[in-house]
Design a protein around this ligand. Structure first.
Ligand code: MSP
Length: 513
């Protein structure tokens, strides 16, 4: 079985510092990457920055900075954010790197060689903010300004010599591919939009620009730079050392398992990208998932609206596990979701502090007081104990399937219910009341509770790595040893060794905080 998993985030424009929408894409991708890792997969997890094109060139000019210097500075804030978000990315690519330039130019040559690129003139609308071309029927006029209907960003008229990619030639093959690979585009609602767009007829795509120079040069025509989306999409290959398709990284990880992106860039990933790959005779990625937007005041965040949410502010105030948990739990992955401080506090208090945190704290302090701080060996479990543990174990195949279909909200709902059940089990079993008359029973209850804390912590580990690492470390399971198989591995504890000290995992947030 293929135990290799290649997941990518979009590469971010370093035109301004990262906001909550970027953090969201990255955190979700990290959840999948971490889950696959503890499920025994080799994981390659790529993120990075998309640094060419007019949008970036103008942003640098506006700040009066040399373009590459400007990119260096902002790209670093994205790289730093990856660390703050606790991402496990195995690479961070910048499109200004040599390895990427080599890949993009090689792909171009391949397309040219296969007669998929020709020279002509482009006359039409272009949005610099989206780095996208729009046809007349995709434009509206608001207060005398022409805008793209879909993104509301202003468009400008473009009329220049340009190379074109024969996108129209691939219309039929794309439709066939969608048909034969029903899982390629997700969620379903988005897939329908893509298919109907392709069915409405594809025009050839302008893939070079002559009026500015901030980009990768077209091989053998230095007057043109390559269209920023053809440049950017290729990052998924350059990180695996394309054009060397015999490179061990390429052989192991291509085709990508999952391109996780926002719904606004689905057209590029589900139409242009597979068409480029078909034309270059490179296998297509297995899946593209378009997630919804994080809304602020019920609107998409933008500088012009002044509603940008800064992930660092929330992390500094509440903590990174708290933000990760909240975003996975409260935003339904394929839909838009509004961030609310009220919900964030409730989520931290109810799920993290009162539920999982409380469970761990109670069980550990009971063991400390009554069992010399060592996990007691239990005796025979009764049916209540067995039921508690078996419910979780039996759900493993389902949980894996949910992760494979990117249903992470349902995954989390199930895992949280195990934590509620474990708290209830501990209450109802009353180890304190059998302490004197039946110490063996007390020990079995404690062992069962610890067993379940271990299991829940493993399942929550991809979402709240800091807290669960602490808990697992307390029971002598080190970070490197965390894996799903450990859930099947009943009662593998060291009963002689004292438990580590568990500090408060999640502080409750008071109202005036
Ligand atoms: N550079 C391109 C992507 C190239 S991938 C080959 C780009 N960059 S971006 O910085 O504008 O956006 C990066 C990602 O962030 C996109 O997936 C976009 O959907 C996502 N988000 C930007 N704002 C967002 C929200 N408010 N909410 C959630 N994600 C959003 O597009």
């Amino acid at each position: 079985m293929d135990k290799n998993f290649y997941i990518t985030t979009p590469i971010y424009y370093p035109s301004a510092k990262p906001h909550m929408g970027h953090a969201y894409s990255s955190i979700i991708a990290d959840f999948f990457a971490r889950f696959k890792k503890i499920d025994g997969y080799n994981v390659h997890f790529l993120t990075g920055t998309d640094e060419h094109g007019l949008k970036i060139q103008r942003a640098a000019e506006k700040k009066g900075k040399e373009t590459l210097k400007f990119c260096d500075e902002i790209s670093k804030t994205f790289r730093d954010l990856s660390k703050t978000l606790n991402l496990t990315n195995t690479d961070f690519i910048r499109t200004t790197e040599e390895r990427h330039k080599l890949s993009v130019q090689s792909l171009w040559k391949e397309l040219k060689k296969n007669d998929d690129i020709y020279l002509s003139t482009y006359s039409g609308w272009y949005s610099v903010s989206d780095e996208a071309f729009y046809s007349e029927d995709e434009i509206e006029e608001i207060n005398g300004v022409k805008k793209a209907i879909i993104s509301k960003s202003s468009v400008e008229w473009m009329d220049e010599e340009s190379y074109f990619f024969r996108l129209s030639k691939w219309e039929k093959s794309l439709l066939e591919y969608y048909d034969n690979n029903p899982d390629f585009i997700s969620p379903d609602s988005k897939k329908k939009e893509v298919i109907s767009f392709v069915k409405s007829g594809l025009k050839d795509l302008s893939v070079s620009r002559k009026s500015f120079s901030w980009g990768i040069k077209v091989p053998e025509d230095k007057d043109h730079v390559i269209y920023v989306w053809l440049d950017a999409l290729t990052n998924y290959l350059s990180a695996l050392n394309y054009p060397n398709m015999k490179d061990p990284l390429f052989e192991k990880y291509w085709p990508a398992t999952l391109h996780l992106i926002g719904k606004d860039i689905l057209r590029f990933h589900a139409i242009y990208w597979p068409a480029f790959l078909l034309a270059a005779k490179i296998p297509l990625p297995k899946r593209v998932f378009g997630h919804g937007w994080i809304l602020s005041d019920d609107k998409k965040m933008s500088k012009s609206l002044g509603n940008i949410l800064d992930p660092l502010e929330i992390i500094n105030k509440y903590g990174i596990d708290q933000l990760r948990y909240y975003l996975v739990k409260e935003v339904s992955l394929g839909n838009d979701g509004s961030i609310s401080m009220e919900n964030l506090k409730n989520c931290i208090n109810n799920d993290l502090a009162n539920n999982y945190g409380n469970l761990c704290q109670r069980v550990f302090s009971f063991i400390k007081k009554n069992c010399d701080n060592k996990i007691p060996p239990g005796s025979k479990r009764n049916s209540t104990d067995e039921k508690l543990l078996n419910n979780l174990k039996k759900s493993l195949p389902k949980l894996k399937l949910l992760m494979d279909s990117q249903d992470l909200n349902e995954y989390l709902k199930i895992v949280v219910s195990f934590s509620f059940d474990a708290n209830k089990y501990f209450n109802d079993s009353e180890p304190w009341s059998v302490k004197k008359k039946d110490p063996e029973r007390m020990k079995t209850i404690l062992l069962t509770a610890i067993e379940q804390i271990k299991n829940i912590s493993i399942l929550l580990n991809p979402i709240i790595p800091n807290a669960t690492n602490k808990v697992l470390d307390t029971i002598n399971i080190s970070k490197e040893d965390i894996n799903i198989e450990k859930i099947r591995d009943i009662n593998s504890f060291n009963h002689e060794k004292e438990l580590g000290n568990l500090e408060i995992l999640f502080n409750k947030i008071e109202d005036d905080n």
